[in-house]
Design a protein around this ligand. Structure first.
Ligand SMILES: *Cc1c(COP(=O)(O)O)cnc(C)c1O
Length: 454
């Protein structure tokens, strides 16, 4: 009998621990710095916005961290997620390569994001937090956190960038369905919001403004904390269930990937699939690990490794990362989740250590790849996910040219059923690629040239 197409784990085989790469990094990591003092931030500094149990995780270098039982119980609602062999795509490409994808689109919110939203809501609940605030762009993170808060009986307040709030009502409706309050940002409810509205009453808003509103709300409201869906170490940690499951599933068909691929906005789904394999690589295995970003927001491929703020409003600590500068405004590509000026410090360090490699792809090529995927494998991917698909197709074609039976694994980070507007624009011939002139990068980087150097 031939190998199965879907490789499914039972709940008892679900990983019971998260993997922490900080225990294995060959050169360690630079600490985040307090922007005022230039000294490493302390747990105390972070306690105004995060609960202490998550701060401990953020700073931990313990290799394996137990997944609490109540978190496992919630993850079981959709995990373990399927590993699927993309046989129809392989056939269409005529490639000798085997392509496997880890389907993270099966969660209630439709992406990998609940993998961290659930533990973050849980740890806040245990800590005594009653309410969480966050920001959201296109709404993927806001919907994931709304779902998780609802599961643990926490209130949730989401500041959603005005332009998405108006143009993409469906994610907002998901948040409301799960009991969260979602307001357009800038709002009149915070000083940061009112100041932005005073500057420009018709502003479309920005992620930077939404972050400052969410943080201001968390700092000033009793029993309220703030939550972030990517970039930070504890988020990467929570996502490692993806790669740990994939390792078990690949072993069930006696396979091991030659190439592991993930798209990277802040870096969390990429880390989720990649970190357990990077661990293997550090310990001697041969495996190529590729992170892919949009050419319109080339953080890993064209930005330097610097200390910069995680947000446009300059409220976070200075993070050691590849950054285009916190004031950099990426062009409006449809892959909203990949439009971030920085990159997770963990991903940035792995790039420096040459344990992973990075590529930048233009959006038309990614939509073409997504189209081929939809017409072979059926499931409609998120525009972010299409970047990983495009790299997988390129690698499968290369394997064909070289006559090699490569094994490719990609993280299918989410479905695109809430993003059909992008498909409409692509099918209607209205999409274009953006050239990003060097001057624009230089301009945003100029603003941070006097910051401490990592
Ligand atoms: C948010 C999102 C991303 C990008 O975020 P990362 O933290 O880089 O994973 C990618 N794919 C989907 C489907 C998303 O929702």
């Amino acid at each position: 009998m031939s190998d199965p197409t879907k490789i499914l784990l039972s709940e008892k085989d679900m990983p019971r621990q998260w993997y922490n790469i900080l225990a294995d990094l060959p050169n360690g990591m630079r600490p985040p710095l307090h922007p005022g003092t230039g000294k490493p931030v302390t747990a105390e500094d972070m306690s105004a916005i995060f609960p202490m149990n998550l701060i401990e995780q953020e700073m931990s270098s313990q290799r394996w961290i137990d997944i609490p039982e109540p978190v496992l119980e919630k993850l079981f609602m959709y995990r373990p997620s399927p590993l699927v062999r993309a046989r129809n795509l392989e056939k269409a490409l005529g490639t000798p390569a085997k392509i496997y994808y880890k389907n993270e689109g099966v969660s209630p919110a439709g992406s990998h994001k609940p993998n961290t939203a659930i533990p973050q809501a849980y740890y806040n609940k245990v800590f005594g937090t009653q309410r969480l605030t966050t920001e959201t762009g296109a709404g993927q993170w806001g919907s994931a956190l709304s779902f998780a808060c609802q599961q643990f009986g926490l209130e949730c307040k989401v500041y959603m960038v005005r332009i998405s709030f108006d143009q993409k009502p469906f994610r907002k409706l998901m948040m409301q369905t799960w009991g969260a309050t979602c307001v357009a940002s800038p709002s009149t409810e915070t000083q940061a919001g009112r100041a932005a509205l005073a500057r420009d009453p018709n502003t479309p808003g920005s992620l930077g403004i939404a972050i400052s509103e969410a943080i201001e709300d968390a700092v000033r409201t009793p029993h309220t904390k703030y939550s972030l869906g990517s970039v930070l170490n504890h988020v990467m940690l929570h996502q490692t269930v993806i790669g740990l499951e994939a390792q078990k599933q690949m072993a069930m068909v006696n396979a091991y990937p030659d190439i592991v691929i993930g798209c990277a906005g802040g870096g969390s789904n990429f880390c989720g699939i990649a970190l357990p394999y990077v661990c293997d690589k550090i310990h001697g295995k041969t495996v190529q690990v590729i992170a892919v970003e949009p050419a319109a927001c080339p953080t890993m491929t064209r930005a330097p490794f610097v200390y910069d703020f995680g947000d446009t409003a300059m409220t976070t600590p200075l993070l050691p990362m590849h950054s285009l500068g916190h004031s950099f405004m990426p062009p409006a590509v449809h892959a909203g989740g990949l439009r971030y000026h920085g990159m997770a410090p963990i991903v940035s360090q792995l790039l420096l250590d040459k344990l992973i490699e990075a590529r930048a792809y233009p959006q038309l090529k990614c939509y073409a790849a997504a189209m081929l995927w939809c017409r072979t494998e059926g499931f409609i991917p998120a525009p972010e996910t299409s970047h990983a698909i495009a790299v997988a197709i390129d690698e499968a074609n290369r394997a064909k040219e070289e006559g090699k039976e490569k094994t490719i694994l990609l993280c299918w980070s989410g479905h695109g059923l809430m993003d059909l507007k992008g498909y409409d624009d692509y099918l209607g011939g209205r999409l274009r690629d953006f050239e990003l002139p060097q001057e624009e990068i230089t301009k945003a980087l100029d603003e941070i040239k006097d910051y401490p150097k990592p």
